[in-house]
Design a protein around this ligand. Structure first.
Ligand code: CMP
Length: 139
C-alpha cells in the first residue's frame, strides 16, 4: 500500500507519484483522497509509537488530506519501495520519488508498505472491501 502524504498533496505531486507506479506497470486496485483520523494514523504508524518524532508524524498525516493507493504487481512491494527511494530524501537516489522531490525525512512525500504482512495490515486501516477492485477489472 502506498500513501501520497500531505506534502505530496499540498505540493501538487500526486499525479507525478501515481504516474511512476503506473509506468512501471503496476495495477491500481484502490485509490482515494481522504482525511486520516488520529486512530488510523496511530495504528498505521504503531511501530514508531514512543519515538520522538511520533507525535509530529501523526499530526502531519492527519492535518490535510492524503491519497491512499493499493498497488498490485510482480514483486510490487520491493518495486514500489525502490520507486519511492530511501526514507531520508538526502540519501535517496536521484530518479526515485524522494530523490527527485523529497525535502526532509519528516516530509518525504510517500509511504510504501515494507512487507506483505504490513501491506495487508495497512490496507485494512485505510480501505474497506467495497473500495478495492479486483485485478480482473484490468483488460
Ligand atoms: P514513512 O515511510 O511514512 O514511515 C515512517 C515515517 O516516519 C517515515 O516515512 C518518515 O517520514 C518518518 N520518520 C522516520 N524517521 C524520522 C525521523 N528521525 N524524524 C522525523 N520523521 C521520521
Amino acid at each position: 500500500m502506498i500513501l501520497a502524504k500531505a506534502d505530496a498533496v499540498v505540493r501538487g505531486l500526486v499525479g507525478e507519484i501515481l504516474a511512476r507506479f503506473e509506468r512501471r506497470g503496476y495495477t491500481i486496485l484502490g485509490l482515494k483522497l481522504m482525511h486520516v483520523t488520529q486512530d488510523q494514523a496511530k495504528r498505521h504508524y504503531a511501530e514508531h509509537d514512543g519515538k520522538p518524532f511520533f507525535p509530529g508524524l501523526v499530526d502531519y498525516i492527519t492535518a490535510t488530506p492524503i491519497v491512499a493507493m493499493v498497488i498490485e504487481g510482480e514483486d510490487a512491494i520491493e518495486g514500489c519501495r525502490a520507486t519511492i527511494g530511501a526514507t531520508n530524501p538526502i540519501k535517496a537516489t536521484p530518479g526515485t520519488i524522494r530523490g527527485d522531490y523529497g525535502q526532509t525525512i519528516g516530509r518525504n512525500l510517500a509511504h510504501g508498505s515494507d512487507s506483505p504482512e504490513s501491506a495487508q495490515r495497512e490496507v485494512a486501516i485505510f480501505f474497506n472491501d467495497q473500495e478495492l477492485f479486483p485485478r480482473a477489472h484490468v483488460l
